[in-house]
Write a protein that binds this ligand. Structure first.
Ligand code: FAD
Length: 383
């Protein structure tokens, strides 16, 4: 009698991109007992300096927590964050009104990535390679070429290549050359800028445990608390409005008009300086399908579906990608041809729905008065 085929022979998985989704994915693959190598273009992010204006606080919701729980990291990540029980809406006259929502927690991108990277290293079958920028790869051979900062090149072969290299994915570029690959990207007219609200007498300047929001139709500022008792304020505004403000006095004038209660909390002098520290950042929405090529390569996280941040689900959806893929690996006994096809089949519609909801929230925000937008958000946020 013929032996049943065992697809669980030791496979080598290359995860390209060691951001939030890549680091979590490495844990999932290592936990399955596969040999996994992560290739990240930057130096070891655990030694990277936090750049002021580029911190990015993220709301971690049920989707993301489930995936973290699966690799034993839920509490470790959540304990580094701050629970958020409600939104706090700031009106023009400074009145604050809370709107409660489900179980959410604020986490900061860098420490969360550190923790997941540290955890992946505890598996003997996981190896991290920093300063490895993917330059090119072949879907036919599973062969990748990485370039290092000293100019040297390395060629690496893997059974499965997992593209977790973000919204501007180098892995995805090969997909674009193939027939029947659908792709679209949309830049929205808004940009975002981060400003810091320092502690007052060693304490938070506003109530922590809230997502503070200053909705102003076409503008919006939000503030999320950090463990060091600062708040990161993110100002979302059309690029042409950002560009109209060219002097410190104009910054103060604008804040006086739109967010007056925030000026004493951020500090007028800091505001004048921080506004010009970094240019406003662009936001892109990327949709594509399918997410795989044969039995060789699959896209996950922002590489597969960068979404605009108005629904707060980009990272959460990326984390959910990892758990869905793991479940399908189990279901199809790690038969990669079957797993990858099934993954695209089930995951593309869900991720596209999240991208649509995020864009819908963005459009709603601009088109409707504040109250309507927040009633809508209240409804969808807990999905
Ligand atoms: P990334 O974090 O972009 O990581 C990709 C990694 O790949 C990077 O480390 C990069 O260095 C590496 N890389 C790139 N190119 C190469 C290459 N050629 N070779 C090797 N490595 C490479 N999501 C939420 O869930 N909740 C929120 O509240 C939320 N708020 C947001 C607010 C803002 C302002 C923004 C911009 C985004 C927000 N998001 C939020 C989305 C979230 O930040 C992303 O979805 C998440 O970071 C995606 O993770 P990723 O690992 O897929 O990609």
């Amino acid at each position: 009698m013929e032996e049943p085929s065992d697809n669980r022979q030791k496979k080598v998985v290359a995860v390209v991109g060691g951001g939030l989704v890549g680091a979590l994915n490495a844990c999932f693959f290592a936990k399955r007992g596969l040999d996994v190598e992560v290739f990240e273009s930057r130096e070891d992010i655990r030694q990277a300096k936090v750049v002021k204006g580029r911190s990015i606080n993220l709301a971690l919701s049920h989707r993301g927590r489930q995936a973290l729980k699966h690799v034993g990291m839920e509490e470790k990540i959540v304990s580094q964050g701050i629970p958020m029980h409600a939104r706090m809406i700031h009106s023009l006259n400074g009145k604050q009104s809370p709107i409660p929502y489900g179980k959410k927690s604020q986490v900061n991108r860098l420490p969360a990535t550190y923790k997941l990277t540290n955890h992946s290293e505890t598996y003997p079958n996981a190896k991290l390679n920093f300063d490895h920028k993917l330059q090119d790869w072949s879907a036919e051979k599973g062969l990748m070429t990485f370039v290092r900062s000293d100019g040297t090149k390395e060629h690496i072969q893997a059974d499965l290549i997992v593209g977790c290299d973000g919204a501007f994915s180098a892995i995805r570029k090969q997909f674009l050359r193939r027939s029947r690959f659908n792709y679209s990207q949309t830049y929205i007219p808004h940009g975002y800028m981060e400003l810091t609200m320092p502690p007052i007498n060693g304490e938070f300047a506003m109530k922590p445990n809230y997502l503070h929001i200053w909705p102003r139709n076409t503008f919006m500022m939000i503030a999320l608390p950090n463990l060091d008792k600062t708040f990161t304020c993110t100002l979302f505004m059309p690029f042409d409005e950002f560009e109209k403000i060219t002097t410190g006095d104009q910054v103060i004038e604008f804040f006086q008009k739109c967010f007056p209660d925030s000026i004493p909390l951020i500090g007028a002098d800091a505001l004048r300086e921080d506004y010009f520290r970094l240019p406003a950042q662009a936001m892109v929405s990327v949709k594509c399908s399918p997410y795989h090529i044969g039995d060789k390569c699959v896209l996950m996280g922002d590489a597969a579906h960068a979404v605009v941040p108005f629904y707060g689900q980009g990272m959460n959806a990326g984390f959910e990608d990892c758990i869905v893929f793991d479940e399908i690996m189990e279901q199809f006994n790690e038969d990669l041809a079957a797993v990858l096809a099934e993954y695209s089949r089930v995951r593309v519609p869900d991720d596209h729905a999240i991208a649509d909801l995020a864009m819908y929230n963005y459009v709603e925000m601009r088109a409707h008065v504040n109250s309507k937008w927040f009633l809508f958000r209240k409804h969808v946020d807990n999905i």
